[in-house]
Design a protein around this ligand. Sequence first.
Ligand code: 8YV
Length: 334
Amino acid sequence: MNTQPNTQYKPKILLARAIFPQALAKLEETFEVRSNQADRVLSPEELQKELSEVVGALVTGSECIDAKALAHAKDLKVVANISVGYNNFDVPAMTAAGVMATNTPDVLTDTTADFGFALLMATARRITESEHWVRNGHWDKWSIVNNPLGMDLHHSTIGIIGMGRIGQGIAKRALGFGMKVIYHNRSRLSEADEKACHAQYVSKEELLRSADHVILVLPYTAENHHTIGVKEIALMKPTATLVNIARGGIVDDLALAQALKENKIFAAGLDVFEGEPVVNPELLKLSNVVIAPHIASATEKTRRAMVDLAVENLRAALAGKKPPSLINAEAFKT
Ligand code: 8YV
């Protein structure tokens, strides 16, 4: 019988947020894991200190990985985001520090597209507002006119801003509802992809003017901060809905709240907010906005797949292999 203590060297990694216990147990077989199953968001100072002591880190959109966070991270080789969006990464700073950056594309595409459609339907058909109406005792009779009347989705025009994988997933779902699909994107899709989505490329202004339902699915960058503000909302139809499943900051939340209050548009569905988890109190006062706590990718199956892909990225990077979803190829040294 081997009575020797297990002296196998385990590289130290940071797991910045809580994950599924089985996934943590698996990680602990290979790594010394500085875990945070309490799920508290680390302060920038705590994050900087943690990163100075590890060779790899698994983080989420709540952890900002910039030059300050990396200031003392001399042994750090990889930061794997458990998220497809990576606006929490300063990629040039990571590359300059020789740190590989990875994300989790593909595994959440369908789940997120499903949710985009669910939020759109809830918004257009006033589902959460209706539920509150019933719970608050207002339903005393069936009525043709005196109950929450919504807007149709079927055979209307959906305008998708941001036509990546998730945007295309939403377009394909819209076809089942007989909707006309128009889109705006940094670059136009190939003819084959446009055909597969039956989608027509238009300018942002034309999209805002002609869509019955506008849905935002673009990545957040400094350039598209407040892509939707007072000016853009003014172009929309008074009967239109706006859905944001992309990132807070893409919409000027205060301008949107004001527009919804004045019924400049019909309703909004929001999964993401400027300064989340704090939601602008002006939005919270309104009944024509459906609010969700950033859950577009939140099914158990998909969250497990996101964790698994992030771990695969981390393991590859620490084994000297190219991670499957490497963002900054320049940081990969063979
Ligand atoms: C994440 C998301 O859950 O992947 C994304 O970009 O918005 C969500 O799926 C969130 O960013 C937390 O990391």
